[in-house]
Design a binder for this molecule. Structure first.
Ligand code: HEM
Length: 498
């Protein structure tokens, strides 16, 4: 190769190299520009003056009085166009019942924060991931089928699966401590899938263990992405091994629902009494195609499934472990079950479940201590007046339900398992926004009736057959948080035949 040719090639290489560098820099600038509002500068009301990292931003924790003095400055700065466009997103963490009430009753706090976009990979366009009119349409479409009217029919399916659960647990009687989460998760996967699609996937026979493990991996990936700034760029994440894995899991989940719907159609001739949520959604869509048009009902199924399977399993596991730690409470629940239902599970109705008032108090106390959604994020679509200060449009508010549900101001024994917190005489005096496990307002959880029914029926049937014992006390439970809160050491307990 002569020297001119060599010179030419070197120059070409340099051009290629510098163009690539400029191109990559431009891509990074474009990404940061587009996503600039995903970087937080936050202020947390009511707390010692510390700084902590929440997901992808710094939150300055300071005393409420100090913050409100500073607040007018902050709000003025954010109202200036330069800071508004160039500065990081403004995040305010609210921890008091009255502040949370003002946000949740405002018509300008119904939109989810941008960070929920990472759920789209699983949930598509559905309740979790949409805002505005599209969200309203989905909400009107889905919520009726989670109402009281349908509970007796769902209860029949729940009972059948609980009978199987009791059979399976019978093999573990008098054995060493074991983690109840595994058996409950299988049971709730059967309950939820059957309610949603009409098909029972036989999770309790072990047919779904691989799928359950995949699901958990999927939840962990989504949560990690929400929390870690370096996993945010789609361009990089989609090409990473985690990105490929997430896509694979998402496809598997969707395939699972398509197969379940198909399997139910095959079985429909044998059992045509039960109408699944999918069939109801389909009928409603056919009747009101213009209003309810959603290209993919699978998005709704995946959303309802992911919203219910893990939450009910986790809360019920916490409840059984706590009943094992507090035998007096367990005995009271057992007595109440005898009084209201006796042994007559076959004829058990949804109404009877609602009459189990003490069990209800126990479930509430567990969700108070371990709220599955310890905080939620909303983006304000207009200024919201907190009284002391006006939060500007586009602020992200973090509503910390965990703080308010453990606050001395509202609870006699904030860090203890004390179902009496929910005695009507105490509950009626409490601030209505001091207990918000299902959030409140138009975007509150539409599945709470279903959740209470599913948790109560499993507890009733387990307690009718077994005495639970678990070691330690509430204070010994150390929790970790991924997409839900769960104990680091698992939900360990021991069973004896009752
Ligand atoms: C103990 C169980 C449960 C708890 C503690 C719980 C809690 C919550 C909370 C706090 C929210 C608000 C989230 C936010 O605004 O970011 C929510 C939303 C939601 N939940 Fe639940 N949930 C539970 C069970 C269920 C069940 C069983 C279903 C369905 C059958 C369900 C379906 C949903 C849906 C679809 C939303 C989104 C609502 C919307 O944005 O319009 N949840 N849940």
């Amino acid at each position: 190769m002569d020297s001119r040719m060599q010179y030419f090639l070197v120059q070409m290489w340099n051009v290629f190299w510098y163009t690539s560098v400029v191109f990559i820099v431009l891509l990074i600038v474009k990404y940061f520009w587009q996503r600039r509002k995903l970087y937080w500068l936050g202020y947390c009301l009511d707390g010692p003056p510390t700084v902590f990292l929440l997901g992808n931003g710094l939150i300055f924790n300071c005393k409420e009085e100090v913050l409100f003095q500073k607040m007018s400055n902050i709000v003025d700065t954010y109202s200036s166009p330069a800071r508004f466009w160039l500065g990081p997103k403004l995040v305010i963490v609210l921890k008091t019942a009255s502040d949370i009430e003002k946000v949740l009753t405002s018509p300008y706090a119904n939109d989810k924060d941008d960070i929920y976009r990472f759920l789209k990979v699983f949930n598509g366009l559905s309740l979790f991931t949409t805002n505005g009119t599209m969200w309203k349409r989905h909400r009107r479409h889905v919520t009726p089928f989670l109402g009281r009217k349908y509970m007796d029919s769902y209860l029949e399916r729940m009972k059948k699966n609980c009978i199987k659960l009791v059979e399976k647990l019978d093999n573990l009687v008098d054995k060493d401590d074991f983690d109840i989460d595994h058996s409950l998760r299988r049971c709730y996967n059967d309950i939820v899938t059957e309610t949603l699609t009409g098909h029972n996937p036989a999770a309790q026979e072990g047919y779904l263990d691989y799928f359950i493990a995949l699901l958990h991996e999927g939840y962990v990936l989504v949560h990690a992405r929400m929390m870690k700034i370096w996993l945010h760029p789609d361009f990089l994440f989609d090409r990473s091994s985690n990105g490929h894995r997430q896509k694979f899991i998402s496809n598997e989940v969707r395939e699972f629902f398509k197969k379940s719907i198909h399997a139910n159609k095959e079985n429909a001739k044998r059992d045509n009494e039960f109408v699944s949520i999918y069939e109801n959604l389909l009928q409603a869509q056919e009747k009101n195609n213009v209003i309810y048009k959603n290209d993919n009902l699978i998005d709704h199924l995946v959303t309802l499934f992911s919203a219910s399977e893990d939450t009910t399993t986790t809360i019920c596991s916490f409840l059984l472990v706590l009943l094992g730690m507090y035998p007096d409470v367990q005995n009271r629940v057992v007595q109440e079950i005898k009084d209201v239902i006796d042994e007559d599970i076959e004829n058990l109705t949804f109404k009877q479940l609602t009459e189990l008032k003490y069990l209800d108090m126990c479930v509430k106390e567990v969700i108070r201590l371990f709220p599955i959604g310890p905080y939620i994020l909303r983006k304000l679509s207009a200024d919201v007046n907190l009284g002391k200060v006006v939060l500007p449009k586009d602020t992200t508010v973090v509503l910390s339900f965990y703080s308010v549900q453990r606050s001395k101001e509202h609870w006699q024994k904030p860090n203890e398992f004390y179902p009496e917190h929910f005695l009507p005489e105490y509950a009626s005096l409490r601030h209505p926004y001091a207990f918000l496990p299902f959030s409140a307002g138009p975007r509150s959880c539409p599945g709470q009736i279903f959740a209470y029914a599913a948790i109560k029926i499993v507890t009733v049937m387990v307690l009718q057959s077994f005495i639970i014992t678990s070691k330690g006390k509430l204070k010994d439970i150390k929790v970790k948080g991924d997409i839900s809160i769960r104990p680091i050491d698992g939900f360990n307990l021991k069973l004896r035949r009752r």
